[in-house]
Ligand binder design. Sequence first.
Ligand SMILES: [Zn+2]
Length: 58
Amino acid sequence: MIQPAKTLEFFLYSDQPATCPRCGSRTDILLDLAHTILQTQVHVCLERSCRFEFFVTL
Ligand SMILES: [Zn+2]
């Protein structure tokens, strides 16, 4: 069975700004699709030891 190298998890946030679901650090927006039909943003954790990437559904 083939596993993808990286999978992005989805999280739903009702409050802004989003924080990393793993370590709670601030995140940066890699890709903002908030104004598209997807209404999602791709965030990356700013913590160097974490760098967790995840989708935020708006
Ligand atoms: Zn993190």
